[in-house]
Design a protein around this ligand. Sequence first.
Ligand code: DLL
Length: 433
Amino acid sequence: MIFNTDECMDRQARMKIQLAALKNLTETVYSKVPYYREKIKAAGIAPRDIHSITDIEKLPFTTKDDLRENYPHGLRACPQDRIVEVHMSTGTTGKPVVNEYTEKDLNIWRQSMARTLAGAGCTCDDIVQNCYGYGLFTGGAGVHYGSLAIGAEVLPMSSGLTERQLMIMRDFGSTMLTCTPSYALYLAEEAVEAGIDLRALPINKGCFGAEAWSESMREEIEDRYNMKAYDIYGLTEIIGPGVAFECEAQNGLHVNEDFFYPEIIDPQTGKALKAGEKGELVFTTLTREGTPMLRYRTRDITYIMEEPCTCGRTTRRIHRLFGRTDDMLIIRGVNVFPSQIEQALIEIEGTEPQYLIIVSRGESHLDEIELQVEVKKELFSDETRGLENLRTRIETVMRSKLQISVKVKLVEPKTITRPQAGKVQRVIDNRKI
Ligand code: DLL
């Protein structure tokens, strides 16, 4: 299976299906979920006002605060006895975000994850080493279900226990790796220590996501494993992984839009933006039963790509993520995204794709950024002038690209902590604001 017919259907035909599903969803949440009913009423509309797919813009948004307010079951749209599985994302503050799945919801997840893995070329011949965390996090379960749907062999490793991961990878001949991109690089570094040549192993492709990663990280992973690395995107609130994925063209991520309807809005005004215009990504789960989401604001920044893809799928794509609206640091009034810093670093020869941004408020009450950057080992054995030149170069590039001063500290390889489970932390904000 490379892709299925639903992914290649005529766009007009798909829009008709999406409209019917949206009407049905609006009716359901209006009648079953008091919170949604009140919000829809407050917006001055009723389910009968949905006549075209663009009428979705009349519906109210749902935010993470709405989910927290309704913790744990307030947004459930079906009786408890129809729920068969629950996942949550904990985040760093506040109550967890809860997603409750019916059997039909799991079916949607299996299909979207099968499409996701197939997008990267996974077939029943593959041995999938799944190092996303199993448990409440959606990564482990999502890849597991998708692998089973394809008929691949899945190794349910979960994250951590790196030595054992490498031993299994070698002894079982895993052909596909699924984990966060930062963990893939961590594994690769540990493989060097353990004297394992990853490039000589059968592993030849991987699906990476759950956190931001740059093209240079992709190159590094591809090079270290001699594999093709694909970007996959999703979030707990909508289904987990399986919302959007790269195909072999690797030109944007195909959205499983028969299940998850995407919109892009201006994060300030909430107004809908056109294809090609960058803004906040919003999803409506057209066919979910357990905890359906109406116009959920993801805070992820990207744009929609409507041009046809060379792979033959007709689903619209999103560009790889540019960051999150809530990632944005405001440093002395200037908006800075960690992804901009990473992008600037990529262009500087001699740096490794490992960095840490530490923000603090100095004695003068002004915000300061220290950027710790790992540099190639050879540079440390060189005379110090090389290091000093590199440090000033990075500071100059940062000043010209970000319009702020950044204090750069060069550190030896492997100084910056790698997550052995969960997502990488790129920013430490000590400002207490
Ligand atoms: O991270 C689901 C997932 C698991 C996706 C495995 C891919 C692979 P959450 O923990 O709820 O769910 O976090 C969702 O992570 O809103 C994005 O900000 C970020 N994210 C997910 N995938 C990507 C990606 C899972 N490919 C949040 N690139 C999302 C950049 C990503 N950021």
